[in-house]
Design a protein around this ligand. Sequence first.
Ligand SMILES: Nc1ncnc2c1ncn2[C@@H]1O[C@H](COP(=O)(O)OP(=O)(O)O)[C@@H](O)[C@H]1O
Ligand SMILES: [Mg+2]
Length: 62
Amino acid sequence: MTGIIDEDKERVFDRLVRLDPSRHYKGTGLGLSMVKAILSRHKATISLHDNNPGLLVNIHFK
Ligand SMILES: Nc1ncnc2c1ncn2[C@@H]1O[C@H](COP(=O)(O)OP(=O)(O)O)[C@@H](O)[C@H]1O
Ligand SMILES: [Mg+2]
């Protein structure tokens, strides 16, 4: 996996969104939406950033 471009960093949290148009990578597109929903029950937030290369995931517990 090579990271996520800025314009997709929010919509990957929507249910069933998969960015790879050729569906080369397996998955349902549900993982990040579930993570965000669970974190919200714990009053935590999640945000995605570039790790150059790859994806940096920031989880913040208030
Ligand atoms: N670490 C990552 N690096 C690059 N793209 C990612 C990464 N994690 C998720 N994605 C992209 O976001 C989409 C949605 O991810 P996710 O909600 O976790 O779905 P799944 O449950 O199928 O893993 C993936 O299909 C992929 O295109
Ligand atoms: Mg996933």
